[in-house]
Every structure is written in C-alpha cells, then in structure tokens.
Design a protein around this ligand. Structure first.
Ligand SMILES: Cc1cc2nc3c(=O)[nH]c(=O)nc-3n(C[C@H](O)[C@H](O)[C@H](O)COP(=O)(O)OP(=O)(O)OC[C@H]3O[C@@H](n4cnc5c(N)ncnc54)[C@H](O)[C@@H]3O)c2cc1C
Length: 644
C-alpha cells in the first residue's frame, strides 16, 4: 500500500512553518503513523527553509526590517491553537544559544562574516537577511530532526510545474521540473510572493519607453533586479518610497562601494563617501514620504491594556453578522484604540505634559467616542502642546502639506520632515509613538478575522482594507533608524532627490518626465526609471507555470470583489480558499479537499511578517489550522482509496 503523502509547494518561511505544525500534530492525528507512516515532499528551487526571499545568496548588506527579538518560527504559551504548543527559540534566543554553545554544531555553516555578526547581535539589532537565512535553515533542520522516524521528509530542489488529479484514484500528481512526478494525497501551495508579467499600465509604459530607447524596470523583487544598466552619474526616476526603495538604495550605493562615516554636524548623523559609481535617484510616489522610522526607545509608562476598545466582544458579533463596513462601523474604534496607546503612554510616561489626572483622563477617554466633542475637549484640556496630540493625517501623509518654490528648496523641506520624524522615533521624549505602535499591532490582530472571514462588504474590502494596510505599513513597518540616517546622508550629498507627494510620470520628448505636487511647475527628466515595489499579487499574470495552469483549468479562481448590485469592484489577484483551513476553491465554487493554499497569493491575507514571540500570532494559528486540516484529509483519502 502507498504511504500517505503530502506535497508542500514552496519551502519559504510559510512552507517551513506549515511543516512545523504538521510535525506538531502528526502523532495525534495520524495515530497509525507507525503502521502507515507519512511522506512529506518539500518542493522549492531555492534552499528549503529560507526559500527565495531569505536565501543566503543575496547581498550581505540587505537587512531585516525586524529586530532579532521580534522574530520567531515557533509557538509559545500565548498561542491559542488546536495543535500542541511546541516551543522553540526565537531568532534572538537561537543566536544566544549558538553563542553560548548550547546548540553545539549548529553554527557549522555560518561563514566568518555571519559568525562575527552573531557575536555582535543584540535583541534590538536588525539582523542581515543572511543571518535570518541561517536561522530559517536551522529551524527546518530542527523540525525535521524532531519528527517520528516513520515520517520522512524529502526535499526537491526544483520548481513544481503542474498539478493534476490522478485518473486512477483520488491521489494528486505533482509534476516537477525535469520530468519527475510525485503521487501524494494532499498538496499545499505555499507559493508566496509571485512574480507577474506587467499590468496594462506597466506594459504601456514599458512599450513607450522601449520605443524611445529608455530603460524601465517594472515592479519586481529588488534583489532580483538587474541594476547593472544603471550608469554612474545617470539620473533615474524611482517610483516608490517604501521598503523596496530602501533595498534599491542599499544595492546602488553601499552595494557599489560607497560608505557612510560619522558626520560631525550632529549626533548620529552620517556623511556619504562616494565610490564614483553612483546614479542620482529622483524619488516620489503618491504619498511621497518614506515610511516612519522604527522607534529606538522603550515604553516609559508601561504597556497599555490591549485590546481595550476594539476586542473580541466587538469583532466576534461583526464576524457573525457579516456585511460590515470597516470605515464607518469599525474605523472610529480603530482610531480610538490607536490613540489610546498614544495617550496612555503620554499620561503615564510623561505626566508633566498632561494637565488631567491619570484616572480622570482614563475614565473620560473611555466614555467618549472618537471624534466626539467630548473627546476633542478632553484632549484640548489635557494635552496643551499640539505636538503631544496624535495627528492621524500627518502620520498617514506627512508630505501632503509640504510645498516649495523649487526642487532644490523641496529637498530641504523633505529632509526636515524626515529628520524630525527620525528624531521623534529615537528621542524618548516622544515615546507616545511607540504606544500608538503597540496599539496598532493590537488593532491589526483584531481586524484580521474581519478581513479573512468575508465579513466585510465587497466595497469595504476594496476601499478600506488597502487603505488600512497602507497606513499600517507606513507607520508600523518602516525602516530602522540607521537606514533613515543613510538616506538623509545621500540626500545631503545630492544622490537622492525627493519629488514629494502626488508624483506622476509620463514619457515625452524621448525622456521619462516626472513631477510632484509640491513643486507643480518643475519636471525631472531621465532615461531610466525604476518602479520600486513588489508586483501586486496576480494569479492571472503570474509567471509560475503551476498556478497559471491551475487557473487555466478552472482548478483555482481569482477572488474578484463584486458589489451587491453586481458591479465588479476589483480583481484582488489572489486565489480563493476556504477561510477556515485554506482548502482551495475552484472556478465552480467547489472546495477541493485535497488542495490547500496559504500565504500572500491567497485571499486569506494573514499578516505576512514574521511572528513576534508572545503575541498569540494569527499567522501561527492559521498555519496550525491548515496543517491539521491537511493531516485530517489524509485518512479520509486513504479510506476513499481503499473503498474505490
Ligand atoms: C523583500 C522582502 C523583505 C521582507 N522583510 C521582512 C522582514 O524584515 N520582516 C518580516 O517580518 N517580514 C518581512 N517580509 C515579509 C515576508 O512576506 C515573509 O517574511 C516571508 O518571506 C513570506 O513567506 P512565504 O513562505 O509565504 O513566501 P516566500 O518567502 O515568497 O516563499 C515562497 C516560496 O515558494 C517557492 N515557490 C513558488 N512557486 C513555486 C513552485 N511552483 N514550485 C516550487 N516552489 C515554488 C518560492 O521559490 C519561494 O521560495 C519581507 C518580504 C519581502 C518580499
């Protein structure tokens, strides 16, 4: 008899995390494992564990956007899931264990550079992607080593190119690049961030650029972009001020031999020392602003009680009811919760700046609705300095009000905004930013069930979820302070020039022509342009043959948002899965009990970032639910096969 088998397509963090959860539950859910055992096939052309994004083979200069203490792949006592909790080290614990020799032999594949990084690491360090790669590789080895002997894991270092039902029984046929075929009972598509062919607008821009002999790099993983055609001294228009832009800057400046040294003009300031090979980047976007810098201080007033105003008692009934409009029904509570994080920290961490006693502030705040006259009056009375009041509009779009008479003048204005933002994120006088951040994480966790359960109206999903995610990214997922200092140094040296908010680009007179709303009359021209962002998820434009084939055959379907009146609002580009367990939904709306999908290419968009320890993270709970559904599907399939 065939051994039950699972194929996991994609062995990045999600595929590896799923395997960890399969390992946790296999003994409970496959009690007959001793007799029938289980084969797990992990398929990925990139090194298993790290996968493509976290592979070792990338610039050693690229860093994580998370601190070492904020990254774990393991469940802990905070995680409320059905499967067993199997603790394991966070990245920071792992590093300490390695340093102290508690994980003997585990550092054998650390290069001298990584070993040096490991020695210098602290809980608050933003590690290199290569160090995270080593952690992820160790996690996978550790999980595999802990499996019962009857469970075998086979790693296939190649792409899966096709998936079909076996016509002779209920099994799945996974076709691999090179011609081999795996026969398995269940398949999990953990395909991650998909490459995509250009959108219509991008293709149009690319065609006009090509006709004019210009160079255009469409959205793609920055690590995979061919930047060799970007010439020293060349002006380049860059659209995008988020994390892909930060990666681009790392690769084009330090990556080409430039370096930073302390600048005596200010504490922490840097001066850029050029290599002579640098282009000049003219950067803008609709928002125009860099993401806010990561904070470099601790809370002074203690952790606020969270969730407080937006918790399960609010969210659960909304999930059960459905038809929810996020902006009008939940938006005021989201704002109140985030502002609560801010004011709790102000009241308890900086009491000298608050004119109302903590208890009175607390009860009056709790009683008032966000945006109500009572709330406005409380804040006006209690917080006399306007800089101590949370300003959502300025947090969201800090450059919208910035205007200048010339692009040269704009550089000073934008630098002032960035430097002030950095100051507010490193000077402990401004710890309310951290209070708001902590509350945003809580809000994010509460919104996720609404987002993934289908409880929001299509219109609200279309309009509000993207706005919330973009606000969250801008405030909570910004670069570490050292990257912001580097960008300021590059700006002062004239290598990075800001176009501000409201950027538009066109091709005309044989050039890319970019302008921003801050200096409407001025146009920047260049012969090269880079769209510095990841492609939007799109299965219909994916270059992955497996998913493209499944879509063609109707075996997967894209999640299209349709209003009550039948108006098509937007194709999300992600595939539809059953929210509870990730089972794939086909074009007829039928759930396929043997195929599962999990990750950013599905319409269940649980947080893509790594998990923080001790936070009952939704991503770990969801990994657990999917892993258990996959395991539960196995005996049924085996029974169905033997009955057939
Ligand atoms: C550039 C970048 C930087 C990031 N930095 C951070 C950070 O610092 N901190 C943080 O918390 N989060 C960060 N993230 C978030 C990120 O989403 C997760 O960390 C993580 O990479 C997502 O894991 P995944 O396994 O779902 O997807 P991926 O990491 O994309 O892995 C998917 C894997 O599937 C494989 N695959 C796809 N199709 C096939 C196929 N047909 N056959 C075989 N294999 C296939 C791919 O090769 C890939 O290895 C970052 C994301 C990106 C894109």
């Amino acid at each position: 008899m065939d051994r039950p088998a699972i194929a996991i397509v994609g062995a990045g963090p999600r595929g590896a995390g799923l395997l960890e959860r399969v390992a946790a539950s296999v003994v409970e859910l496959l009690p007959q494992a001793g007799a029938t055992a289980l084969d797990v096939h992990l398929i990925d052309p990139f090194p298993a564990g790290a996968g493509r994004i976290w592979r070792h083979d990338q610039s050693p200069l690229l860093a994580m956007n998370s601190m070492a203490a904020d990254v774990t792949m393991f469940t802990d006592a905070s995680v409320r899931c059905e499967g067993p909790i199997v603790p394991g080290p966070s990245l920071w614990d792992w590093a300490q264990d390695l340093r102290s020799g508690r994980l003997a032999g585990a550092d054998e594949d650390l290069s001298p550079e990584l070993a040096a990084e490991l020695r210098a690491l602290t809980a608050a360090t933003f590690p290199t992607r290569r160090l995270q790669s080593a952690y992820l590789a160790w996690v996978l080895r550790h999980v595999i080593a802990g499996l019962p002997p009857e469970v075998r894991v086979q790693i296939h270092e190649c792409r899966a190119v096709g998936l079909a039902d076996d016509p002779s029984d209920a099994r799945q046929l996974v076709h691999l690049e090179g011609g081999a075929t795996l026969r398995v009972d269940a398949v999990v598509l953990a395909s991650g961030h998909l490459d995509a062919t250009p959108t219509e607008a991008e293709r149009d821009l690319a065609e006009r650029a090509a006709a004019a002999g210009l160079r255009y790099l469409p959205p793609e993983q920055t690590t995979d972009s061919d930047l060799s055609g970007i010439e020293p001294g060349e002006p380049v228009i860059v659209r995008g001020t988020g994390l892909a832009f930060v990666d681009l800057v790392v690769l084009l400046y330090e990556g080409r031999g430039g370096r930073y040294e302390p600048d005596p003009t200010g504490p922490g300031a840097l001066r850029y020392v050029p290599s002579g090979r640098e282009p000049v980047l003219h950067v803008g976007s609709p928002r125009g602003a860099l993401y806010h810098a990561k904070t470099e201080y601790e809370l002074r007033g203690g952790r606020p009680r969270l969730p407080r105003f937006l918790g399960r008692s609010v969210v659960d009934p909304l999930v059960a009811r459905g038809g929810v409009d996020l902006r009008t029904e939940v938006g005021p509570l989201m704002a109140k919760e985030i502002a609560w994080g801010w004011y709790h920290e102000l009241v308890h961490g900086h009491p000298d700046r608050v004119h109302v006693e903590p208890d009175a502030f607390d009860s009056r705040y709790a009683a008032a609705d966000w945006g109500s006259p009572a709330m406005t009056a409380l804040i006006a009375e209690a917080v006399p300095n306007p800089r101590d009041r949370i300003d959502f509009a300025a947090l969201d779009r800090p450059l919208d009000r910035v205007r200048a008479g010339s692009l040269d003048e704009l550089q000073h204005r934008v630098r002032d905004v960035i430097a002030d933002d950095l100051h507010q994120h490193v000077d402990p006088a401004h710890t309310p930013h951290l209070g708001a951040f902590v509350a945003m994480l809580s809000v994010y966790a509460q919104i996720t069930p609404l987002a993934v359960s289908g409880a929001l109206t299509a219109r609200s999903q279309d309009r509000d979820l993207g706005r919330w995610q973009s606000f969250f990214n801008a405030v909570a997922s910004g670069p570490p302070g050292f990257r912001v200092r580097q960008l300021l140094a590059l700006s002062r040296a004239g290598y990075v020039r800001f176009l501000g908010a409201g950027m538009t680009v066109e091709v005309g007179d044989g050039r890319f022509r970019a302008r921003g709303a801050a200096v409407p009359g001025e146009v920047v021209t260049a012969r090269a342009m880079i769209d510095a962002r990841l492609p939007d998820p799109s299965v219909s434009r994916t270059t992955d043959p497996l998913l493209a084939g499944l879509l063609r055959d109707g075996a997967v379907v894209e999640d299209v948002l349709v209003d009550d009146d039948g108006t098509v609002l937007r194709n999300t580009g992600t595939i539809r899965v059953r929210p509870d367990d990730g089972a794939v939904v086909d074009a007829r709306g039928q759930v396929n009990p043997r195929r599962f999908a999990i990750g950013p290419h599905t319409n269940v968009r649980v947080a893509g970032a790594f998990t923080r320890p001790g936070t009952n993270a939704q991503s770990l709970r969801y990994n657990d639910a999917v892993a258990r559904a996959v395991l539960r599907s196995l005996p049924d399939i085996a029974r169905a096969r033997s009955a057939a």
